[in-house]
Design a protein. Sequence first.
Length: 347
Amino acid sequence: MAVILGIETSCDETSAAVLEGTGDDVTLRSLVILSQDIHKVFGGVVPEIASRAHLTSIVPVVSRALSDAGIDQSGIDAVAVTHAPGLIGALLVGVCYSKSLAFSLDIPVIGVHHMEGHLFATALENAGAVPPFTGLLVSGGHTLLLDVEAWGNYRLLGSTRDDAAGEAFDKTAKLMGLPYPGGRPIEQLARQGDPSRFRFTVPMVRRNDLPGDPDYYAFSYSGLKTAVLNAVRGSDDIDRDKADIARGFQDALIGSLVEKTFRAADAFGRDRIVLGGGVACNSALVAAMRERTGEIGATVFAPSPRLATDNAAMIARAGLFRFERGERAGLDLNAFASLPIPGLVAA
Protein backbone atom coordinates (compact mmCIF):
# COMPACT_ATOMS: atom_id res chain seq x y z
CA MET A 1 0.00 0.00 0.00
CA ALA A 2 1.35 3.41 -0.99
CA VAL A 3 0.56 6.93 0.16
CA ILE A 4 0.61 9.47 -2.66
CA LEU A 5 0.57 13.25 -2.39
CA GLY A 6 -1.07 14.70 -5.48
CA ILE A 7 -0.53 18.28 -6.68
CA GLU A 8 -2.51 20.05 -9.41
CA THR A 9 -1.75 23.56 -10.77
CA SER A 10 -2.52 23.30 -14.48
CA CYS A 11 -4.92 26.26 -14.68
CA ASP A 12 -6.60 28.35 -11.97
CA GLU A 13 -7.06 25.83 -9.15
CA THR A 14 -4.32 25.16 -6.63
CA SER A 15 -5.06 21.70 -5.29
CA ALA A 16 -3.42 19.04 -3.14
CA ALA A 17 -4.67 15.63 -2.04
CA VAL A 18 -3.50 12.58 -0.12
CA LEU A 19 -4.51 9.14 -1.36
CA GLU A 20 -3.51 5.69 -0.17
CA GLY A 21 -4.16 2.24 -1.51
CA THR A 22 -3.26 -0.44 -3.99
CA GLY A 23 -4.62 -0.79 -7.52
CA ASP A 24 -8.28 0.18 -7.66
CA ASP A 25 -8.67 -0.28 -3.89
CA VAL A 26 -7.91 3.26 -2.75
CA THR A 27 -8.93 5.69 -0.02
CA LEU A 28 -8.93 9.44 -0.50
CA ARG A 29 -7.72 10.81 2.81
CA SER A 30 -7.87 14.50 1.93
CA LEU A 31 -8.56 16.93 -0.88
CA VAL A 32 -8.04 20.69 -0.87
CA ILE A 33 -9.00 22.88 -3.84
CA LEU A 34 -8.36 26.61 -3.85
CA SER A 35 -10.04 28.33 -6.81
CA GLN A 36 -8.91 31.72 -8.09
CA ASP A 37 -12.10 33.75 -8.41
CA ILE A 38 -10.23 36.83 -9.64
CA HIS A 39 -10.47 35.54 -13.24
CA LYS A 40 -14.22 36.11 -13.26
CA VAL A 41 -13.46 39.83 -13.51
CA PHE A 42 -11.72 39.26 -16.85
CA GLY A 43 -14.15 36.69 -18.26
CA GLY A 44 -11.39 34.09 -18.59
CA VAL A 45 -8.17 32.88 -17.00
CA VAL A 46 -5.24 35.30 -17.11
CA PRO A 47 -2.10 33.08 -17.18
CA GLU A 48 0.26 35.45 -15.37
CA ILE A 49 -2.22 36.06 -12.55
CA ALA A 50 -2.86 32.33 -12.24
CA SER A 51 0.86 31.56 -11.97
CA ARG A 52 1.45 34.17 -9.28
CA ALA A 53 -1.54 32.94 -7.28
CA HIS A 54 -0.20 29.38 -7.36
CA LEU A 55 3.11 30.64 -5.97
CA THR A 56 1.45 32.12 -2.90
CA SER A 57 -1.04 29.28 -2.40
CA ILE A 58 0.80 26.03 -2.97
CA VAL A 59 2.56 25.76 0.39
CA PRO A 60 -0.52 26.38 2.57
CA VAL A 61 -2.69 24.18 0.33
CA VAL A 62 -0.27 21.23 0.60
CA SER A 63 0.08 21.79 4.35
CA ARG A 64 -3.69 21.72 4.76
CA ALA A 65 -4.02 18.53 2.71
CA LEU A 66 -1.42 16.77 4.87
CA SER A 67 -3.08 18.03 8.05
CA ASP A 68 -6.53 16.88 6.91
CA ALA A 69 -5.06 13.45 6.13
CA GLY A 70 -3.53 13.26 9.59
CA ILE A 71 0.03 12.75 8.38
CA ASP A 72 3.19 14.76 7.97
CA GLN A 73 5.66 14.80 5.09
CA SER A 74 7.44 11.70 6.38
CA GLY A 75 4.33 9.63 5.68
CA ILE A 76 4.39 10.23 1.91
CA ASP A 77 5.75 7.54 -0.41
CA ALA A 78 5.72 9.65 -3.60
CA VAL A 79 4.63 13.01 -5.02
CA ALA A 80 2.48 13.00 -8.14
CA VAL A 81 2.16 16.29 -10.02
CA THR A 82 0.43 17.48 -13.18
CA HIS A 83 3.14 18.27 -15.71
CA ALA A 84 1.00 18.52 -18.88
CA PRO A 85 -1.09 19.90 -20.48
CA GLY A 86 -2.04 23.33 -19.20
CA LEU A 87 -0.81 26.89 -18.74
CA ILE A 88 2.95 26.56 -18.80
CA GLY A 89 3.62 29.08 -16.02
CA ALA A 90 1.00 27.53 -13.77
CA LEU A 91 2.31 24.02 -14.41
CA LEU A 92 5.86 25.05 -13.61
CA VAL A 93 4.86 26.16 -10.13
CA GLY A 94 3.54 22.71 -9.29
CA VAL A 95 6.35 20.84 -11.02
CA CYS A 96 9.14 22.86 -9.39
CA TYR A 97 7.56 22.62 -5.94
CA SER A 98 6.97 18.87 -6.29
CA LYS A 99 10.52 18.14 -7.44
CA SER A 100 11.94 20.16 -4.55
CA LEU A 101 9.71 18.47 -2.00
CA ALA A 102 10.45 14.98 -3.34
CA PHE A 103 14.20 15.68 -3.38
CA SER A 104 14.15 16.97 0.19
CA LEU A 105 12.29 13.85 1.37
CA ASP A 106 14.30 11.44 -0.84
CA ILE A 107 11.12 10.02 -2.41
CA PRO A 108 10.07 9.68 -6.06
CA VAL A 109 8.28 12.34 -8.06
CA ILE A 110 5.86 11.23 -10.79
CA GLY A 111 4.68 13.37 -13.70
CA VAL A 112 0.97 12.92 -14.45
CA HIS A 113 -0.96 13.89 -17.56
CA HIS A 114 -3.91 16.08 -16.58
CA MET A 115 -6.39 14.33 -18.91
CA GLU A 116 -5.39 10.88 -17.72
CA GLY A 117 -6.19 12.17 -14.25
CA HIS A 118 -9.72 13.03 -15.41
CA LEU A 119 -10.12 9.43 -16.61
CA PHE A 120 -9.35 8.18 -13.09
CA ALA A 121 -11.43 10.79 -11.23
CA THR A 122 -14.84 9.13 -11.52
CA ALA A 123 -13.51 5.83 -10.15
CA LEU A 124 -12.73 7.58 -6.86
CA GLU A 125 -16.49 7.77 -6.23
CA ASN A 126 -17.80 4.89 -8.36
CA ALA A 127 -16.12 1.51 -7.98
CA GLY A 128 -17.58 0.38 -11.29
CA ALA A 129 -15.95 3.17 -13.32
CA VAL A 130 -12.97 1.02 -14.26
CA PRO A 131 -11.82 -0.44 -17.60
CA PRO A 132 -12.89 -1.59 -20.01
CA PHE A 133 -15.09 1.41 -20.83
CA THR A 134 -15.83 4.18 -23.31
CA GLY A 135 -14.41 7.43 -21.98
CA LEU A 136 -15.62 10.94 -22.80
CA LEU A 137 -13.42 13.77 -21.52
CA VAL A 138 -15.09 17.17 -21.81
CA SER A 139 -13.45 20.25 -20.34
CA GLY A 140 -12.60 23.84 -21.13
CA GLY A 141 -9.59 22.83 -23.19
CA HIS A 142 -10.32 19.30 -24.40
CA THR A 143 -12.99 17.10 -25.91
CA LEU A 144 -11.74 13.53 -26.30
CA LEU A 145 -13.55 10.27 -27.01
CA LEU A 146 -11.56 7.19 -25.97
CA ASP A 147 -11.87 3.46 -25.86
CA VAL A 148 -10.18 2.37 -22.64
CA GLU A 149 -9.23 -1.31 -22.68
CA ALA A 150 -7.19 -1.04 -19.49
CA TRP A 151 -5.59 1.67 -17.41
CA GLY A 152 -2.69 3.00 -19.47
CA ASN A 153 -4.08 1.59 -22.74
CA TYR A 154 -6.13 4.26 -24.50
CA ARG A 155 -7.45 4.24 -28.06
CA LEU A 156 -8.23 7.74 -29.36
CA LEU A 157 -11.45 7.64 -31.38
CA GLY A 158 -12.28 11.31 -31.78
CA SER A 159 -11.46 14.81 -30.64
CA THR A 160 -12.56 18.35 -31.38
CA ARG A 161 -11.57 19.91 -34.68
CA ASP A 162 -11.69 23.41 -33.18
CA ASP A 163 -13.21 24.48 -29.85
CA ALA A 164 -13.58 22.24 -26.81
CA ALA A 165 -17.05 21.74 -25.35
CA GLY A 166 -16.24 23.70 -22.21
CA GLU A 167 -14.80 26.56 -24.25
CA ALA A 168 -18.02 26.66 -26.29
CA PHE A 169 -20.01 26.98 -23.06
CA ASP A 170 -17.78 29.81 -21.85
CA LYS A 171 -17.89 31.78 -25.10
CA THR A 172 -21.64 31.31 -25.52
CA ALA A 173 -22.18 32.54 -21.98
CA LYS A 174 -20.06 35.61 -22.74
CA LEU A 175 -22.17 36.34 -25.85
CA MET A 176 -25.25 36.45 -23.66
CA GLY A 177 -23.72 38.45 -20.83
CA LEU A 178 -23.49 35.52 -18.41
CA PRO A 179 -20.64 35.12 -15.90
CA TYR A 180 -17.47 33.08 -16.33
CA PRO A 181 -17.10 30.12 -16.21
CA GLY A 182 -20.14 29.66 -18.41
CA GLY A 183 -21.10 26.02 -17.97
CA ARG A 184 -23.20 26.36 -14.83
CA PRO A 185 -24.97 29.63 -15.84
CA ILE A 186 -25.88 28.17 -19.25
CA GLU A 187 -27.16 24.96 -17.67
CA GLN A 188 -29.30 26.85 -15.16
CA LEU A 189 -30.69 29.21 -17.78
CA ALA A 190 -31.42 26.38 -20.22
CA ARG A 191 -33.75 24.75 -17.69
CA GLN A 192 -36.13 27.67 -18.22
CA GLY A 193 -35.84 27.61 -22.02
CA ASP A 194 -38.27 26.44 -24.67
CA PRO A 195 -36.50 23.68 -26.69
CA SER A 196 -38.67 24.33 -29.76
CA ARG A 197 -37.74 27.97 -30.40
CA PHE A 198 -34.08 27.72 -31.38
CA ARG A 199 -33.24 24.39 -32.96
CA PHE A 200 -29.54 24.62 -33.77
CA THR A 201 -28.02 21.92 -35.94
CA VAL A 202 -26.32 19.16 -33.96
CA PRO A 203 -22.69 19.60 -35.06
CA MET A 204 -20.84 16.83 -36.91
CA VAL A 205 -23.84 14.46 -36.83
CA ARG A 206 -25.44 13.42 -40.12
CA ARG A 207 -28.00 10.74 -40.97
CA ASN A 208 -25.70 9.15 -43.53
CA ASP A 209 -22.62 8.92 -41.26
CA LEU A 210 -20.87 5.55 -41.54
CA PRO A 211 -18.16 3.90 -39.42
CA GLY A 212 -14.84 4.68 -41.02
CA ASP A 213 -15.85 8.19 -42.07
CA PRO A 214 -13.21 10.68 -40.89
CA ASP A 215 -15.82 12.64 -38.92
CA TYR A 216 -17.67 9.65 -37.46
CA TYR A 217 -16.31 10.26 -33.94
CA ALA A 218 -15.09 13.85 -34.35
CA PHE A 219 -16.46 16.99 -32.68
CA SER A 220 -16.70 20.64 -33.76
CA TYR A 221 -18.32 23.62 -32.06
CA SER A 222 -17.18 26.71 -33.99
CA GLY A 223 -20.23 26.56 -36.27
CA LEU A 224 -22.59 26.20 -33.32
CA LYS A 225 -21.05 29.27 -31.68
CA THR A 226 -21.59 31.23 -34.89
CA ALA A 227 -25.24 30.13 -34.98
CA VAL A 228 -25.69 31.33 -31.40
CA LEU A 229 -23.98 34.63 -32.25
CA ASN A 230 -26.39 35.16 -35.15
CA ALA A 231 -29.36 34.33 -32.92
CA VAL A 232 -28.22 36.82 -30.28
CA ARG A 233 -27.62 39.56 -32.83
CA GLY A 234 -30.95 38.84 -34.53
CA SER A 235 -32.97 39.05 -31.33
CA ASP A 236 -35.09 42.13 -30.78
CA ASP A 237 -35.49 41.20 -27.09
CA ILE A 238 -32.51 39.28 -25.77
CA ASP A 239 -33.91 39.13 -22.24
CA ARG A 240 -36.95 37.32 -23.63
CA ASP A 241 -34.91 35.00 -25.86
CA LYS A 242 -31.87 34.33 -23.69
CA ALA A 243 -33.14 31.19 -21.96
CA ASP A 244 -34.46 29.72 -25.22
CA ILE A 245 -31.13 30.34 -26.98
CA ALA A 246 -29.26 28.75 -24.08
CA ARG A 247 -31.54 25.70 -24.30
CA GLY A 248 -31.07 25.38 -28.04
CA PHE A 249 -27.29 25.68 -27.71
CA GLN A 250 -27.04 23.16 -24.90
CA ASP A 251 -29.32 20.65 -26.64
CA ALA A 252 -27.23 20.79 -29.82
CA LEU A 253 -23.90 20.47 -28.02
CA ILE A 254 -25.10 17.64 -25.80
CA GLY A 255 -26.68 15.94 -28.79
CA SER A 256 -23.31 15.71 -30.46
CA LEU A 257 -21.51 14.42 -27.33
CA VAL A 258 -24.17 11.80 -26.69
CA GLU A 259 -24.40 10.52 -30.27
CA LYS A 260 -20.64 10.15 -30.71
CA THR A 261 -20.30 8.37 -27.37
CA PHE A 262 -23.19 6.04 -28.22
CA ARG A 263 -21.50 5.15 -31.51
CA ALA A 264 -18.23 4.32 -29.73
CA ALA A 265 -19.80 2.21 -26.98
CA ASP A 266 -21.91 0.32 -29.51
CA ALA A 267 -19.03 -0.29 -31.91
CA PHE A 268 -16.63 -1.59 -29.25
CA GLY A 269 -19.23 -3.45 -27.19
CA ARG A 270 -18.65 -1.45 -24.00
CA ASP A 271 -21.30 -1.57 -21.28
CA ARG A 272 -19.63 1.14 -19.18
CA ILE A 273 -19.34 4.80 -20.11
CA VAL A 274 -17.18 7.08 -17.97
CA LEU A 275 -17.43 10.86 -18.17
CA GLY A 276 -14.67 13.18 -17.01
CA GLY A 277 -13.79 16.88 -17.04
CA GLY A 278 -15.63 20.01 -15.97
CA VAL A 279 -18.55 19.57 -18.38
CA ALA A 280 -19.09 15.99 -17.16
CA CYS A 281 -21.15 17.15 -14.18
CA ASN A 282 -23.72 18.88 -16.43
CA SER A 283 -26.94 17.18 -15.33
CA ALA A 284 -28.59 17.52 -18.75
CA LEU A 285 -25.60 15.78 -20.38
CA VAL A 286 -25.65 12.92 -17.87
CA ALA A 287 -29.42 12.44 -18.22
CA ALA A 288 -29.29 12.47 -22.03
CA MET A 289 -26.32 10.09 -22.06
CA ARG A 290 -28.10 7.62 -19.78
CA GLU A 291 -31.26 7.73 -21.86
CA ARG A 292 -29.49 7.19 -25.19
CA THR A 293 -26.97 4.56 -24.12
CA GLY A 294 -29.57 2.71 -22.08
CA GLU A 295 -30.68 1.32 -25.44
CA ILE A 296 -27.55 -0.85 -25.48
CA GLY A 297 -27.60 -1.62 -21.76
CA ALA A 298 -24.68 0.66 -20.87
CA THR A 299 -24.15 2.18 -17.43
CA VAL A 300 -23.03 5.81 -17.31
CA PHE A 301 -20.65 6.98 -14.57
CA ALA A 302 -20.20 10.72 -13.99
CA PRO A 303 -18.10 12.53 -11.38
CA SER A 304 -19.45 14.89 -8.76
CA PRO A 305 -18.73 18.59 -9.37
CA ARG A 306 -15.84 18.45 -6.88
CA LEU A 307 -14.07 15.70 -8.83
CA ALA A 308 -15.13 16.99 -12.24
CA THR A 309 -13.23 20.22 -11.73
CA ASP A 310 -9.43 20.31 -11.79
CA ASN A 311 -8.35 18.58 -8.59
CA ALA A 312 -5.36 16.82 -7.07
CA ALA A 313 -7.25 13.66 -6.06
CA MET A 314 -7.38 12.48 -9.66
CA ILE A 315 -3.68 13.32 -10.07
CA ALA A 316 -2.83 11.28 -6.99
CA ARG A 317 -4.90 8.36 -8.32
CA ALA A 318 -3.24 8.42 -11.74
CA GLY A 319 0.08 8.86 -9.96
CA LEU A 320 -0.54 5.73 -7.90
CA PHE A 321 -1.13 3.77 -11.10
CA ARG A 322 2.12 5.03 -12.61
CA PHE A 323 3.97 4.50 -9.30
CA GLU A 324 2.88 0.85 -9.12
CA ARG A 325 4.13 0.33 -12.67
CA GLY A 326 7.56 1.38 -11.48
CA GLU A 327 7.55 4.72 -13.29
CA ARG A 328 9.64 7.50 -11.80
CA ALA A 329 10.54 10.97 -13.07
CA GLY A 330 13.95 12.53 -12.70
CA LEU A 331 14.72 16.00 -11.47
CA ASP A 332 14.67 17.04 -15.13
CA LEU A 333 10.86 16.61 -15.17
CA ASN A 334 9.48 19.53 -17.15
CA ALA A 335 6.11 21.13 -17.84
CA PHE A 336 4.44 21.03 -21.25
CA ALA A 337 1.55 23.13 -22.50
CA SER A 338 0.53 20.29 -24.83
CA LEU A 339 1.34 16.59 -24.70
CA PRO A 340 -0.45 13.36 -25.71
CA ILE A 341 -1.81 11.10 -22.97
CA PRO A 342 0.76 8.36 -22.28
CA GLY A 343 -0.41 5.08 -23.75
CA LEU A 344 -2.59 6.83 -26.33
CA VAL A 345 -2.88 5.22 -29.75
CA ALA A 346 -4.95 6.16 -32.77
CA ALA A 347 -8.05 4.09 -33.54
